[in-house]
Design a protein around this ligand. Structure first.
Ligand code: SF4
Ligand code: SF4
Ligand code: SF4
Length: 377
């Protein structure tokens, strides 16, 4: 075991390999206040990558309704129960509990569980199930207020992947150029150790090819400067893919660094597991705070407070409208004179959008043309 720095839990932790950060780290930010669970992202991924034999059950991108939905079933409850009660320090910055690597049994790499076949059978279980006791509506009685939210999930291309650490064949590797985590299909022997170890359950076994598979970060698109399919096709424009820096190298004109490090809007999910996952979420402002704190850590309230001040921040507003405005990867951005502009890696302009959409009211009757624009003016 090596001591490695994990900035999300603000301390060093134990990991089977030495710290080795990539030159760039693939990441996605999701604004959970905007996701409508249309599942276009899930289908964009499915039709691109998992329409083959043995992949029928796979959703490398899935969207689940929280708190009741989960795919595979109860993946989050299972790993949290396995870990037992753990705490953050009172200052809310440092995690004092055990990560899954530190809580591992002797001879194991990580605390883990193995989903059954049945757990993978219901990808959309719990959809739109609300918390609380709604008369004639939701059937579950919980102490929370009435709420739910949608959580889209891909592989997090973790800085400290449990899948990689657990593979006895060393078939899983993290690419130094972009931090994408891949399974070498020719080395994998299908032992399923990665399926067992990944706490987010984003490594999946293909019974037809008898090897494991996972989200590949759409690396062929990324190599061409394009965002992944699940991001390009997001109907709600809730996502942006880019490259995140560790906080000590954060660049304020980098969209992902801006949202995560500067504005402190987007948070990693279940950072306490210790993988430094690289998908980040702007938490929903309406859901139960204790539940959100468990999921996103103790900075949730700060993030929600910051989100509510965005109406007074034209730069952040500009970045939010750049989300979903282009299929290319935005490496830097600028907001000036009511316009937001995204640039590629070489500093070339990719896209410019107005921060506020112009509102044009067309008269029902055009007196110049003498024509009515509506049937019922
Ligand atoms: S396409 Fe976007 S809005 Fe639709 S479910 Fe996926 S993340 Fe949510
Ligand atoms: S989310 Fe799971 S499959 Fe993806 S890199 Fe992390 S540990 Fe591996
Ligand atoms: S990044 Fe690509 S492979 Fe991964 S979930 Fe999204 S579409 Fe699928």
């Amino acid at each position: 075991m090596s001591d490695v720095k994990n900035w999300q839990i603000n301390r060093e932790m134990q990991y089977p390999y030495e710290e080795s950060r990539p030159q760039k780290q693939w990441s996605i930010v999701f604004d959970l206040n905007k996701c409508i669970a249309c599942q276009t992202c899930s289908l964009a991924c499915k039709t691109t990558w998992t329409s083959g034999k043995g992949q029928e059950y796979m959703f490398w991108n899935n969207v689940e309704t929280k708190p009741w939905g989960s795919y595979p079933m109860a993946w989050d409850l299972n790993i949290l129960e396995k870990l037992g009660r753990q705490d953050w320090a009172k200052n809310g910055e440092t995690y004092e509990g055990k990560t899954i690597f530190e809580a591992a049994e002797p001879e194991e790499v990580a605390a883990h569980f193995f989903p059954t076949d049945e757990d993978w059978m219901y990808p959309n279980i719990g959809e739109d199930d609300c918390t609380g006791n709604l008369e004639g509506g939701a059937h579950l009685n919980m102490p929370h207020k009435h709420w739910f939210f949608y959580l889209p999930r891909t592989c997090a291309h973790c800085t400290y992947p449990a899948c990689l650490a657990s593979c006895p064949r060393k078939a899983i590797y993290k690419r130094p150029e972009d931090g994408i985590v891949l399974i070498d299909q020719s080395r994998c022997k299908g032992y399923g150790e990665c399926v067992r170890a990944c706490p987010y359950k984003k490594s999946m076994y293909n019974p037809h090819t008898r090897v494991s598979e996972k989200c590949i970060g759409c690396y062929p698109a990324v190599e061409e400067g394009k965002q992944p399919m699940c991001v390009q096709n997001c109907i709600g424009k809730i996502r942006i893919m880019g490259f995140i820096s560790p906080p000590w190298k954060a660049r304020m004109d980098n969209p992902v660094d801006f949202l995560v490090h500067k504005k402190k809007l987007a948070l990693p999910y279940y950072p306490q597991l210790g993988l430094e996952p690289n998908i980040y979420y702007i938490p929903p402002i309406h859901a139960d705070l204790e539940y959100l704190t468990q999921m996103f850590g103790p900075r949730v309230q700060e993030s929600i407070d910051n989100y509510k001040t965005l109406k007074d921040d034209p730069v952040a507003q500009g970045l939010l409208v750049l989300m979903g405005s282009t299929d290319r990867i935005i490496h830097s951005f600028k907001v000036a004179n009511g316009k937001a502009t995204g640039y590629d890696e070489k500093g070339q302009e990719i896209v410019t959008v107005p921060v506020t959409e112009p509102l044009i009211v067309r008269e029902a009757f055009d007196s110049e043309l003498g024509a009515a624009r509506h049937n019922t003016p």
